[in-house]
Write a protein that binds this ligand. Sequence first.
Ligand code: HSE
Length: 428
Amino acid sequence: MKTINVAVIGVGVVGSSVIEILQQNKDIIQARTGALIVPKIGIVRNIHNKNVSIPLSTNIDDALEDPEIDIVVELMGGIDLPYKIALRALANKKSFVTANKAMLAYHRHELESKMSGSSIGFEASVCGGIPIIKALRDGLCANHILSIRGIMNGTSNYILTQMSNNNTDFTTALKQAQKLGYAEADPALDINGSDSAHKLLILASLAYGIHAKIEDIIVEGIENISLEDIRFAYEHDYSIKLLGIAKKQDNALELRVHLCMIPKDSMLAKTDGAMNAISVIGDKVGESVYYGAGAGGNETASSVVSDIIEIVRSKTAPMLGYVADFQHGLEQNMVLLPKDKIISRYYVRLQVDDKPGVLAHIANILAAHNISIQSLIQRKPKDLDTHSALLLLATHTCAEVQIKKALESLEKLKEVSKKPYMIRIESL
Ligand code: HSE
């Protein structure tokens, strides 16, 4: 039986689980690959306090320059250093497996172009334990993908669930998520939408072959949501979720990450806590939904080891699912829809002076931007001063550019005392 040696760079929660799975599930892995896969060395910053059963080193060359290492697994996080490590691994003809969505969000296409004879696995980079990469690249590859909509960040979903179900305020919910270990080292990436955007860009490359960049797409987080917004959503039969959305119309593709009000009976709305879920619609298969753990040691390691197994089985699908000729074909002609042209319905929260004529001013501004109000309510929460009120309204559909301009005008009204807040309403 052949032996395959693996080096694990970054032996934290996920790295330790990868080593454990390779050891504890050796029997089934051998049966499925016909090979003995050995975690030969772990590369760490600091050897002390590491409780793992394989040799450790602080010298990265022990992974990258050892001719006996076949597969390098990168689980250290960051962008520049992991990218350099990936390049060195590929240059040394080693296969490379990573869970690093931030690095792939910037460098996935360059990495693919550097593969020659070796493979790159990145199943764990999007939604941890859910095999969405292989679903898009393999299981659904007969389809044109019409849309992808998903809850791709467990931390923000946990916070939204706590706010909705238990009335917990934002800051307390974030602290709970950090304590439970869901958040990134820098939790700003979870709550400002960047982590979801990194994952969406990877999925968009697989589904559409498009080389999109984070700065070209709408990326908004959950930081400014209030319990009033959640109450409005509840009363109108919506749930509020942070979604990554890819939607194709003709040859234009919308890519965006932002809060959405979605019908509360939908499967995505029912995805609570730190769980992730992704709905994919293919032109032939229709809708399929993938639900599972988006983070966690064993859950993420399950995907990492599946990549190792795929590599050992010598399946040679191109990294992002398109062979060279096709990359210059149909999907390559797809353009990213400019942010301003996205069409949606919108919920708007306005904090205003509670006096005659204010509503008329607001209605006039919306009318001037050709935006039609679908519903409107006024609230007076206890914590608001007696001269103020909240106006919560939902619009009919309009273009992003219209609502953005209307919000700018509304912000300038002297009767509007706080920056207007908007959430898109997504019909699934
Ligand atoms: N911080 C991420 C999340 C973990 O909360 O979903 C996996 O990417």
